[in-house]
Design a protein around this ligand. Structure first.
Ligand SMILES: O=C(O)CCC(=O)C(=O)O
Length: 290
């Protein structure tokens, strides 16, 4: 079924429920290299499950992307590729061409600052450990995101992030009130297996994941495989410079995802996951840090 015809209950950016369909509601980097970004070969470039075909992108440095910020209508026809897998509702498309993606990555490297101290830690088996990457969140006033026992606050939207959010909304047809940004300083930075199923996320709402920089493997593992109750092969997608990946319901009910270490991936990567938080479920921040 065409996902854009599916009607579900979603909330607006204030968390009010709506039954409208998504279509209507719906440094270590070498700066000198950024304008001529070269995607390094991933360890799994030969994996048949990764998409290596040439794909059209929707924004380039030559196309101006200024739009009404309230517009959430999906008027850009993206060349979406579906990732095969049982209950895996994942699609991806090239949103930005190489030049535009490099421009955005360069601006991210110049303009973004990341959390440190307590906000850059997670609690695993009762122990606080620094995250194996950097992260920061931006979003509407008052929103927070709680995962791995930590609550991180949203810093205000910046002109750069507002511009990117508009592009993501135009391509996906969904509006978002929050973005979690992760920065991987080479292949030893990673994100472990998890589901994005936290209570403060608007339930069933898609997550839009934009990748800039170093291509990395994104691995989905089925919960039955993880529990050892059934053999389900993992699914790997190579996340490329300028790619937008949509994770839609029910993916996070059945599949874990991770960004594993990759020794051969030497460049910086920035990932932005645009999300819809439910303001009524967001916890106050308790961690002292910035
Ligand atoms: O960096 C990535 O692509 C992974 C991001 C992710 O899994 C998340 O934010 O939940």
């Amino acid at each position: 079924m065409d996902r854009y015809l599916v009607k579900r209950k979603f909330g607006d950016s204030n968390g009010n429920q709506s039954d409208k369909s998504p279509q209507t509601k719906r440094q270590k980097y070498e700066f000198s290299n950024l304008n001529n970004f070269q995607v390094e070969k991933s360890e799994t470039d030969d994996n048949p499950q990764t998409e290596n075909r040439k794909q059209e992108s929707h924004y380039s440095t030559s196309k101006k992307s200024t739009v009404d910020s309230k517009q959430t209508k999906r008027y850009i026809k993206a060349d979406w590729k579906k990732v095969p897998g049982e209950n895996l509702n994942v699609t991806h498309a090239m949103l930005f061409d190489n030049s535009k993606a490099s421009e955005l990555l360069c601006r991210c490297e110049q303009e973004l600052t990341f959390f440190n101290g307590g906000l850059a830690q997670v609690q695993i088996f009762g122990k606080w450990i620094p995250i194996p990457r950097k992260h920061v969140a931006h979003g509407d006033p008052g929103l927070t995101y709680t995962f791995s026992n930590n609550t991180i606050p949203a810093r205000p939207w910046t002109p750069l992030l507002t511009e990117i959010r508009q592009c993501v909304s135009q391509a996906s047809g969904y509006d978002f009130n929050f973005v979690l940004i992760n920065r991987y300083d080479g292949g030893s930075d990673y994100m472990g297996e998890h589901k994005d199923d936290e209570k403060d996320l608007c339930q069933g709402y898609p997550i839009a994941s934009l990748s800039l920089g170093q291509a990395r493997d994104f691995v989905f593992k089925h919960q039955d495989q993880k529990r050892g109750t059934r053999k389900v092969p993992p699914v790997t997608v190579q996340l490329k410079h300028g790619m937008l990946l949509m994770m839609e319901h029910p993916t996070n009910s059945f599949w874990y995802h991770s960004l594993p270490k990759r020794a051969a991936a030497r460049g910086v990567r920035i990932n932005m996951t645009f999300r819809k938080m439910d303001p009524s479920k967001c916890k106050p921040v308790t961690t002292s840090s910035s």
